[in-house]
Ligand binder design. Structure first.
Ligand code: AKG
Ligand code: FE2
Length: 359
């Protein structure tokens, strides 16, 4: 899979530009680069990240993904995530709704818990081998998954540390929520989407990400964002060597809406890439399970001001969720699953900070 060259992006397809942020400059805490990151994280909530040092590890992960997804469905289903709101494990194509109508998704994915990868050779979140993760994932946990997760954590933690300081929080506050000492929903996800002749078919429904930061690697297009104030979905063009990073719900909530968790979805790749199997890979950083999701307004004047001036009834309402990170994820995951669907209300119950409802 990773050896088959990806057809070039069709230049006649409109795309939404993202700022390109240089990870090496962020590591040096370059002031101008920090300002550009801040602009990206607050306006759209998406940016490209270059020079991030994870490309080789991402390639290895794609190789692992190809091995896992080539297994018979029956074998993969032994490691299914289940219907109770657990994310780790395998999700078959068609397992989730993509909209209130209950239309099924077309992507299959494997989620591997950060906690399991870091504790390896122990498995601390999933049942023992045989019911935990498919054999190729266990075989490459040490050589591939663990290094990918460790490096992704380094990248996301660097970004989080910078955003923390810009938000006026005490040093290291956001990182406290994301400590390795507590179990969390943080996970690596490998996604496969088969080609389809139906170019309108939604692969992964409109959503905001559940956690704090997402670090995404893809080769083909198909990811779309709904830019603020627009009702037109726009492709994000994949650029070789550039990851795509985005802010999720929990950072939006902690920051009182200053950081933006933007709606996105996945549709089939356009024209030149339409006949290819689409692969993507994400590392999601999520807060420790017991973290209470609310704006940290008593810890930062900047956040307090943002909450005070936010519009009544819109964002303001969602900043005090009354929910822990664990409850937030379980609710969202559980209610996306078609096995749990009662009607459109199940989809509505799966929503996070999404402010615009798109059917
Ligand atoms: O595959 C992609 O490009 C995006 C995947 C995504 O949005 C997700 O898994 O939350
Ligand atoms: Fe997403």
């Amino acid at each position: 899979m990773s050896t088959i060259p990806t057809p070039a992006w069709p230049e006649d397809v409109p795309t939404h530009p993202l700022l390109v942020i240089d990870y090496q400059l962020l590591k040096q805490r370059d002031a101008a680069e920090i300002e550009r990151l801040w602009e990206a994280a607050t306006k759209l909530g998406f940016w490209y990240l270059k020079n991030h040092e994870v490309d080789d590890l991402a390639k290895e992960m794609f190789g692992l993904g190809a091995e896992v997804m080539a297994l018979p469905l029956e074998e993969k289903m032994k490691y299914e995530q289940g219907d109770d709101g657990d994310s780790f494990g395998y999700k078959k194509a068609g397992g989730n709704a993509v909209a209130a109508s209950g239309e099924p998704d077309t992507t299959e994915f494997l989620n591997i818990a950060k906690d399991d990868a870091l504790a390896w050779p122990n498995l601390v979140r999933r049942a023992p081998p045989g019911t935990s993760y498919p054999a190729p994932a266990l075989a490459r946990m040490e050589s591939t998954v663990k290094p990918f997760i460790e490096k992704s954590l380094e990248v996301n933690n660097t970004i989080m540390d910078i955003l923390n300081d810009k938000l006026g929080l005490k040093k290291g506050r956001l990182l406290e929520f994301h400590s390795n000492e507590e179990f969390s929903g943080s996970e690596a996800r490998i996604i496969r989407n088969p080609p389809t002749s139906n170019t309108q078919r939604i692969a992964l429904g409109s959503h905001t990400d559940f956690g704090s930061l997402s670090f995404l690697h893809n080769r083909q297009g198909g990811l779309q964002v709904l830019p603020p104030g627009s009702d037109t979905w726009q492709y994000v063009k994949p650029i070789e060597g550039h990851a795509i990073c985005n802010v999720g719900d929990t950072l939006a909530i902690f920051s009182g809406g200053i950081l933006r968790s933007n709606l996105h979805r996945v549709v089939p790749p356009p024209s030149t890439q339409a006949n290819t199997v689409r692969w993507s890979l994400v590392f999601f950083s999520r807060p420790g399970n017991s973290s209470v999701l609310r704006a940290l307004k008593d810890e930062s004047d900047i956040i307090a001001k943002a909450v005070a001036t936010s519009k009544e009834g819109e964002e303001g309402k969602t900043f005090d969720t009354g929910s822990t990170a664990q409850e937030w994820f379980a609710r969202r995951i559980k209610n996306q699953r078609l096995a749990n669907r009662k009607g459109p209300e199940t989809w509505m119950a799966s929503r996070g900070t999404e402010r615009v409802q798109v059917a």
